[in-house]
Structures are given as C-alpha cells and as structure tokens.
Design a protein. Structure first.
Length: 209
C-alpha cells in the first residue's frame, strides 16, 4: 500500500463514520462523524506504541440481562399459576410474551455491542488513542492498513534520533490536547500524566547515577 493510499474508512454498528489517514508519513488524521457530532484530531505516530492490539469487547451487561429476563420469566410461569384463578391463561400469556420479548431485545443488544477492536495505544502512558473495528470494511483492506501504519511507526522510530524526554514531552502535549478536545477523558489524562511524570523522574535518576 503506497503512502498516498494509507486511508481507511469505516462505518460502525452505531452508525458512526470513521476515517483515518496517514499524512506525510508521520501524522495520523482521524475523523469521526455521527448524527450529532464530529471529531477531528491528529496523532504523531511517534507517540504511539509500535504494535496495535486486537481486543474482544463483550457486552456482558446485555447477555446477563437477557438470561435474567429469561430466568425470571420461567420462575413466574412456574409460581404464578398457584396464585391465579380467573384469566389464568391470559396472565401467563402476558408473562411469556413480555419475558420472551425482553430476553430477545437484550440478546440483540448484546450481539450488536459485542465486537473486536483494534487499538493503538500511546507509547508510554498506554492510553487508548485510536479505536477501530477489526476487519472493517474488509479483512484484507483493514489488515493491509494496520500493517502499513505499524511499519511506518517502526520506520520513524528507527531513523529519528529523539530523546526519551522529548518523546515523553510530546506524548504529554498530545494527551493534553486530546483531553481538551474531548477525545479522551480527564480521568484518563490525569492517570497518564502521573505515568509520564514517573518516566521523567526515572530518566533524571538514571542520568544522576
């Protein structure tokens, strides 16, 4: 994949359009668009870890809710007849209908929200910066894009002589900018800042020795 072809476009299950493009070989431009908002931001590849990670996100709350509704329905169908006289079949039918519909709805939400993500983390603070849907729009296109970006990161890391302190400083500035723009949470930024300051202190101690 040539450098001017390093563009990936996705549309996730929530209807959010994502475009990520490598510009100038070193900067990743990310564009997220939903019905209500747009986000545009850029990332210096030197601030990212060399390898992205593939993680399966399971929507546990929805599968638990689905089984919960199903079990409650079975329990009511077993207990309710002992307390019902007139219109017994009507009430049991309502319990069956509501329980089944609720269970199916929650299982559908589980299926929709469970997905495999490919994540680029910041190099030192390990903050998730770019989150993509693995295999979208196709497995071949996606894999080709990820491989090309990772090779570009390694290439710049190898050929650019950037001190550890400058890398930490650049990462902190990037995370602050992303926090100010609402890309990452303030909590994530504060946690990352503590890790990066720890890195500065470690470098200073090493130089003193």
């Amino acid at each position: 994949m040539a450098e001017n072809e390093l563009v990936l476009k996705q549309r996730n299950k929530s209807g959010i359009n994502v475009q990520i493009k490598l510009v100038g070989g070193r900067e990743l431009q990310v564009f997220n668009k939903s019905k209500n908002a747009e986000q545009v931001y850029s990332i210096d590849v030197l601030s990212l870890q060399d390898k992205s990670k593939k993680i399966l996100f399971i929507a546990w709350k929805w599968i638990i809710a689905s089984f919960g509704f199903f079990l409650v329905m079975l329990l009511l169908l077993k207990i309710a007849p002992n307390y019902l006289d007139s219109n017994k079949n009507l009430f049991l039918g309502i319990i069956l209908l509501v329980g089944t519909a609720s269970s199916i709805f929650c299982f559908t939400r589980f299926w929709k929200n469970t997905s495999t993500k490919q994540i680029f983390y910041s190099r030192n603070a390990h903050v998730p910066i770019i989150i993509l849907n693995a295999g979208n729009p196709s497995k071949e296109t996606f894999s080709s894009f990820i491989d090309a970006v990772e090779k570009r990161i390694k290439k710049f890391r190898k050929h650019m002589n950037v001190s550890e302190d400058k890398q930490l400083t650049g990462e902190m500035k990037m995370l602050r900018r992303l926090c100010d723009n609402g890309i990452i949470t303030k909590k994530s930024y504060e946690g990352a800042k503590a890790k990066l300051f720890s890195g500065f202190e470690s470098n200073f101690t090493s130089r003193e020795k």
